[in-house]
Write a protein that binds this ligand. Sequence first.
Ligand code: PAF
Length: 288
Amino acid sequence: MSALTVITTVAELRRLVDERRKRGEMIGLVPTMGALHEGHLSLVRAAYSECACVVVSVYVNPTQFAPHEDFQRYPRNLDHDLQLLKSVGDVLVFAPTDAEMYPAGFQTTVEVTKLSLGWEGELRPTHFRGVATVVTKLFTAADADFAYFGQKDYQQLRVVEQMARDLNLRTVVRACPTTREPDGLAMSSRNRYLTSEERQQGLSLSRALAIAAEMVKRGESNCAELEAAMRDVLASAGVKSDYAAVADRETLQPLTQLTRPAVALIAAKVGKTRLIDNMLLDAKQRVI
Ligand code: PAF
């Protein structure tokens, strides 16, 4: 088991990170909202594979939740998070208060205009502004060389990649594969809201994506066909989809034909819980 340092202020984080950088260490950042699971730990391990100093932020960011969303009931258990992190390494844990992140008079926001518009952005119009703002603050506070994001939140990943590039931030975004339960369910802190019956229904998301990938392997390149197949799988599990679509992997614009690297995106309501998942698709995966 390793020693953990818990830091609550930006000034202290900067001081510790500066010391480590002076020793020649690379700095890796894993931004999280806590309620950690194996998916987060895989990001921390990815960070350690190239950085001697790893900062994990644990902060439930209020600005990325709409008033009707689950900010209040979002699971918070720092002690448990610390136990999990201890098993991976001597992480610097940055767990700031709201007053530290958004002091009185705070008024700056960061918005990645086009990539934030569709999909999650359509249903959650202020969400990515909150994410881009807090992630910019975390990148600059930790002065990180690399930041590690799971591919499960694919649109978020594209938004932060674009933001880091557009703002010339020193931090390079690393995309890490989605961690799945043995039965295929993408790991998410929100899975703990699911009853056992809902969890079974939730498997339809990864099943639908696997079926779309299989169709592509067999030569299907018409996105309407792929989308219809995904929607069928979700509907037969009694799951209401917000979207099940195929989009350009870079721009996230909807595609009609699989003529370029793509991503299949799904968001669906299972009971009261909204789940998202995705899978990269490429016509070159075709098996003849
Ligand atoms: O993916 C998350 O947990 C959050 O959106 C993030 C990136 C930590 C920003 O609050």
